[in-house]
Design a protein around this ligand. Structure first.
Ligand code: ZN
Length: 121
């Protein structure tokens, strides 16, 4: 097996309404062939599954950075998906990853319906 690396893993929801925003944002912020990409319903909603993907991406591709993107009006969250809930889940997922992999840089965003990437501290 060849040894190959990339810089980042980008994790997003599957929702088709946001893919053009995400594609554009990625194209503006990441060099081509520099990232793994994961799409799963709810973004970080299932944080165990997200964690497994990060683990694999790190092991196989030696990533340095994790980008977590949830979005406004997410069907996987339904009524529970308030701005506060998304921020909380993103922060919890980031903390869980950071605990296991302190060397990884983690960025979290909530993507709004108008295409704005709201950074979650
Ligand atoms: Zn969604």
């Amino acid at each position: 097996m060849s040894d190959h690396s990339c810089d980042s893993v980008v994790i997003t929801c599957i929702d088709f309404r946001f893919q053009d925003y995400i594609n554009k944002w990625i194209a503006e912020n990441f060099p081509v062939r520099s990232f793994d990409r994961v799409a799963l319903a709810g973004g970080v909603f299932d944080s165990d599954y997200v964690f497994k993907q990060v683990e694999i991406s790190k092991r196989l591709h030696h990533i340095k950075k994790v980008v977590l993107i949830n979005h406004e009006d997410c069907g996987a969250y339904g009524e529970a998906g308030t701005a506060e809930k998304h921020a909380e889940d993103l922060q919890n997922a980031a903390a869980k990853i950071k605990e296991q992999y302190p060397d990884l840089e983690i960025k979290a965003y909530c993507l709004l319906l108008d295409g704005t990437f709201k950074s979650i501290p």
